[in-house]
Design a protein around this ligand. Structure first.
Ligand SMILES: Nc1ncnc2c1ncn2[C@@H]1O[C@H](COP(=O)(O)OP(=O)(O)OP(=O)(O)O)[C@@H](O)[C@H]1O
Length: 278
């Protein structure tokens, strides 16, 4: 049993990951390791490179061999093996308002190659897991923003992923809907041991729900640890009796970078999300 656990590879490893859009180095030598079963938060201002890094891990952006592994599989060599392990909720709307909740989840089940025999049961389970059973046969365009987000979660969960990747899953939602999304994620984690890699601008969420967090700034990691470790380190460094928040930690690490238009509650993301959740 112990030997088995020791043999479990890290869920995600990025080793000197680089990705550039023309002259823009979006990800610049990123080293990152996410353990199996943990909830890992990738934080940072707009433009830090979080989405690009996540897309490299999901195989949506091509990277050379040796820079990324997902449970030991290299996306450059084993794209389909990696995809079978993943669930991904992108920032952009991934549900179709003209389909019912059930039809949306069924579509993902087909795309992610859930076997025909298991499909109906898995769709029902995924909808149940996010509390959408009662609304399953209504058109998604009648859903609230929080329900749409939970539907997208069901779409990502239907293939029973070992690694769930969520890009800003709660931005733009009211506090009750945000809590609800996290409660559903955590219930599935508890039941399945699924690993979660999430980007968020909400420091309070990262503090509350993530086992470890990394601050990404200008394409690379500037701080890494449990929220508690990072807060304690800053408190000890400041030694002025104040009790820093996680946001203070990240302002300290990223310095003026956060004020150069990269604020955590950047208008750009909010607008993007407003259009996403309709
Ligand atoms: N398709 C693209 N073409 C050109 N440049 C891009 C593209 N996507 C991202 N970039 C640039 O790469 C850098 C990193 O962007 P990325 O979206 O990965 O950051 P992010 O941390 O996810 O920010 P946000 O919170 O705004 O999503 C930015 O400078 C961005 O402008």
């Amino acid at each position: 049993m112990n030997a088995e656990r020791e043999a479990t590879p890290e869920a995600v490893v990025c080793s000197g990951l680089n990705y550039a859009f023309g002259e823009t180095k979006a990800v610049d030598g990123l080293d990152l390791s996410v353990s199996a079963g943990e909830c890992f938060g990738l934080l940072g201002p707009n433009g830090a490179g979080k989405t690009t890094a996540i897309r490299c891990v999901t195989t949506l952006l091509p990277v050379p061999p040796g820079m990324v592994t997902v449970f030991g599989h290299d996306p450059a060599k084993e794209k389909m093996a990696v995809r079978r392990l993943l669930g991904y909720v992108p920032q952009q709307l991934s549900a179709d308002g003209g389909l019912t909740g059930r039809e949306n989840v069924s579509l993902f089940a087909r795309v992610f190659d859930v076997s025909r025999r298991e499909r109906a049961a898995r769709v029902t389970q995924a909808l149940e897991a996010v509390d959408l059973t009662d609304a399953a046969d209504r058109l998604a365009k009648t859903y609230s923003g929080g329900m749409v987000r939970r539907l997208e979660l069901a779409q990502a969960l239907v293939s029973a992923p070992r690694l769930l990747m969520l890009d800003e899953p709660t931005i733009g939602l009211d506090p009750i809907a945000r809590t609800s999304v996290w409660e559903h994620i955590n219930a599935v984690r508890k039941a399945t041991g699924m690993t979660v890699l999430v980007t968020t601008h909400y420091m309070d969420e990262a503090d509350q729900y993530c086992d470890r967090v990394a601050l990404m700034h200008k394409g690379t990691i500037r701080a890494l640890g449990t929220p508690e470790q990072l807060r304690t380190e800053l408190r000890e460094r400041r030694a002025d009796g104040s009790a820093p928040t996680l946001e203070d930690v990240f302002r300290d690490v990223a310095g003026s970078g956060l004020d150069e238009g990269g604020d955590f509650r950047d208008v750009r993301s909010t607008r993007r999300t407003a259009s996403r959740v309709g």
